[in-house]
Design a protein. Structure first.
Length: 83
């Protein structure tokens, strides 16, 4: 079934923010707070859950998840093959 309405940039970023939650590092809140000083911890956690659509937080979450994906992919690539 085709979607009649166009997906807004905010919806797309919120979707990517929820996807990012799957691969965020354990200390993602601290990393977002370093990138965005002054943001509340609950706002960061709620943005991750999709409750609050704070564009700055969602962009930071997406960036962190991309970095974490790259780190995990590099670690998997460098891991020796099992015999």
């Amino acid at each position: 079934m085709e979607r009649k309405t166009k997906i807004t940039p905010q919806e797309k970023l919120a979707y990517h923010g929820r996807l990012a939650a799957l691969v965020l590092p354990a200390r993602y809140v601290d990393q977002v707070l370093q990138a965005l000083p002054g943001k509340a911890v609950t706002r960061i956690r709620n943005a991750r859950k999709g409750i609050v659509q704070d564009m700055e937080v969602l962009q930071a979450l997406e960036r962190l998840s991309n970095e974490e994906r790259g780190r995990r992919a590099g670690a998997a690539y460098l891991q020796p093959a099992s015999a």
